[in-house]
Design a binder for this molecule. Structure first.
Ligand SMILES: [Cu+2]
Length: 143
Protein backbone atom coordinates (compact mmCIF):
# COMPACT_ATOMS: atom_id res chain seq x y z
CA UNK A 1 0.00 0.00 0.00
CA UNK A 2 2.79 2.38 0.92
CA UNK A 3 4.48 1.59 -2.38
CA UNK A 4 1.29 2.38 -4.27
CA UNK A 5 0.97 5.76 -2.53
CA UNK A 6 4.59 6.57 -3.35
CA UNK A 7 3.99 5.67 -6.98
CA UNK A 8 0.89 7.85 -7.10
CA UNK A 9 2.77 10.77 -5.57
CA UNK A 10 5.58 10.38 -8.08
CA UNK A 11 3.04 10.37 -10.86
CA UNK A 12 1.39 13.52 -9.49
CA UNK A 13 4.74 15.32 -9.23
CA UNK A 14 5.61 14.30 -12.75
CA UNK A 15 2.29 15.60 -14.05
CA UNK A 16 2.86 18.99 -12.45
CA UNK A 17 6.38 19.23 -13.84
CA UNK A 18 5.24 18.33 -17.34
CA UNK A 19 2.38 20.84 -17.52
CA UNK A 20 2.76 24.37 -18.88
CA UNK A 21 4.70 26.62 -16.54
CA UNK A 22 2.48 28.75 -14.32
CA UNK A 23 4.46 31.88 -15.13
CA UNK A 24 6.04 32.73 -18.45
CA UNK A 25 7.32 35.74 -20.31
CA UNK A 26 7.47 36.73 -23.96
CA UNK A 27 8.08 39.80 -26.12
CA UNK A 28 10.93 40.78 -23.80
CA UNK A 29 13.38 43.56 -24.56
CA UNK A 30 15.79 45.96 -22.90
CA UNK A 31 16.59 49.18 -24.69
CA UNK A 32 20.26 49.90 -25.20
CA UNK A 33 21.06 52.92 -23.02
CA UNK A 34 21.64 56.19 -24.90
CA UNK A 35 25.35 57.12 -25.06
CA UNK A 36 26.34 58.65 -21.75
CA UNK A 37 23.14 57.55 -20.02
CA UNK A 38 23.17 55.05 -17.17
CA UNK A 39 19.48 54.24 -17.11
CA UNK A 40 17.18 52.42 -19.51
CA UNK A 41 13.86 50.58 -19.67
CA UNK A 42 12.84 46.95 -20.06
CA UNK A 43 9.58 45.54 -21.35
CA UNK A 44 7.86 42.14 -21.55
CA UNK A 45 4.52 40.37 -21.32
CA UNK A 46 4.05 38.26 -18.20
CA UNK A 47 1.56 35.40 -18.38
CA UNK A 48 0.04 33.74 -15.33
CA UNK A 49 -1.47 30.38 -16.30
CA UNK A 50 -2.10 29.38 -12.70
CA UNK A 51 -5.38 29.50 -10.78
CA UNK A 52 -3.91 31.99 -8.30
CA UNK A 53 -3.19 35.69 -8.62
CA UNK A 54 0.50 36.53 -8.24
CA UNK A 55 2.29 39.75 -7.36
CA UNK A 56 5.59 40.71 -8.93
CA UNK A 57 7.40 42.54 -6.13
CA UNK A 58 10.96 43.07 -7.37
CA UNK A 59 13.46 42.39 -10.12
CA UNK A 60 17.24 42.23 -10.32
CA UNK A 61 19.91 41.63 -12.92
CA UNK A 62 23.61 40.81 -12.71
CA UNK A 63 24.16 43.32 -15.53
CA UNK A 64 22.61 46.29 -13.70
CA UNK A 65 23.28 47.79 -10.28
CA UNK A 66 19.56 48.25 -9.62
CA UNK A 67 16.22 47.37 -11.19
CA UNK A 68 12.92 49.02 -10.22
CA UNK A 69 9.28 48.44 -11.14
CA UNK A 70 7.88 51.64 -12.65
CA UNK A 71 4.58 52.99 -13.88
CA UNK A 72 3.99 55.92 -16.19
CA UNK A 73 1.19 58.29 -15.32
CA UNK A 74 -0.20 61.58 -16.53
CA UNK A 75 -0.27 64.36 -13.96
CA UNK A 76 -1.13 67.98 -14.80
CA UNK A 77 -0.70 67.17 -18.47
CA UNK A 78 2.83 65.90 -17.87
CA UNK A 79 4.10 62.39 -18.42
CA UNK A 80 5.74 61.20 -15.23
CA UNK A 81 6.88 57.91 -13.89
CA UNK A 82 7.03 56.53 -10.42
CA UNK A 83 8.22 53.41 -8.68
CA UNK A 84 5.51 50.90 -7.79
CA UNK A 85 5.77 48.37 -4.96
CA UNK A 86 4.20 45.53 -6.89
CA UNK A 87 2.52 44.52 -10.12
CA UNK A 88 -0.55 42.28 -9.80
CA UNK A 89 -1.26 39.55 -12.32
CA UNK A 90 -4.68 37.97 -11.88
CA UNK A 91 -5.24 34.22 -12.28
CA UNK A 92 -5.26 33.08 -15.91
CA UNK A 93 -4.31 36.50 -17.21
CA UNK A 94 -1.40 38.57 -18.44
CA UNK A 95 0.20 41.93 -17.78
CA UNK A 96 2.23 43.76 -20.39
CA UNK A 97 5.09 46.08 -19.53
CA UNK A 98 5.31 48.49 -22.46
CA UNK A 99 6.36 52.03 -23.40
CA UNK A 100 4.05 54.55 -21.75
CA UNK A 101 2.87 52.06 -19.11
CA UNK A 102 4.37 49.67 -16.64
CA UNK A 103 8.07 49.01 -17.22
CA UNK A 104 11.31 47.88 -15.66
CA UNK A 105 13.74 50.71 -14.93
CA UNK A 106 17.32 49.48 -15.09
CA UNK A 107 20.09 51.56 -13.54
CA UNK A 108 23.85 51.57 -14.06
CA UNK A 109 24.65 48.85 -16.62
CA UNK A 110 27.74 46.81 -15.72
CA UNK A 111 29.40 47.32 -19.10
CA UNK A 112 28.53 48.48 -22.60
CA UNK A 113 25.51 46.46 -23.66
CA UNK A 114 25.47 45.43 -27.29
CA UNK A 115 22.41 44.93 -29.48
CA UNK A 116 21.21 41.33 -29.39
CA UNK A 117 22.90 40.55 -26.09
CA UNK A 118 20.66 38.82 -23.55
CA UNK A 119 20.11 40.46 -20.19
CA UNK A 120 19.22 37.95 -17.45
CA UNK A 121 16.58 39.32 -15.10
CA UNK A 122 15.33 37.55 -11.99
CA UNK A 123 11.69 38.29 -11.18
CA UNK A 124 10.68 37.87 -7.54
CA UNK A 125 7.05 37.21 -6.60
CA UNK A 126 5.26 37.79 -3.29
CA UNK A 127 4.60 34.05 -2.84
CA UNK A 128 8.34 33.31 -2.94
CA UNK A 129 8.32 32.16 -6.54
CA UNK A 130 11.15 33.32 -8.79
CA UNK A 131 11.35 33.47 -12.56
CA UNK A 132 14.59 33.93 -14.46
CA UNK A 133 14.03 35.58 -17.84
CA UNK A 134 16.31 36.70 -20.67
CA UNK A 135 15.62 40.06 -22.32
CA UNK A 136 17.46 40.83 -25.58
CA UNK A 137 19.02 44.29 -25.94
CA UNK A 138 17.37 46.32 -28.71
CA UNK A 139 18.22 49.72 -30.18
CA UNK A 140 16.57 52.77 -28.63
CA UNK A 141 13.87 53.81 -31.13
CA UNK A 142 14.51 57.12 -32.91
CA UNK A 143 12.13 59.93 -31.96
CU1 LIG B 1 10.78 54.43 -15.26
Amino acid sequence: MRLLISALMLFALHTVAASTPALSVDHGQVRQPMPGRTVTAGYFSLHNASADAVQLVSASSPLFARVELHQHSHKDGMMRMEQVGRIDIAAHSSVTLEPGGLHLMLFEPAAGLSIGQSVPVLLQFANGQQLEILLPVVAMPKR
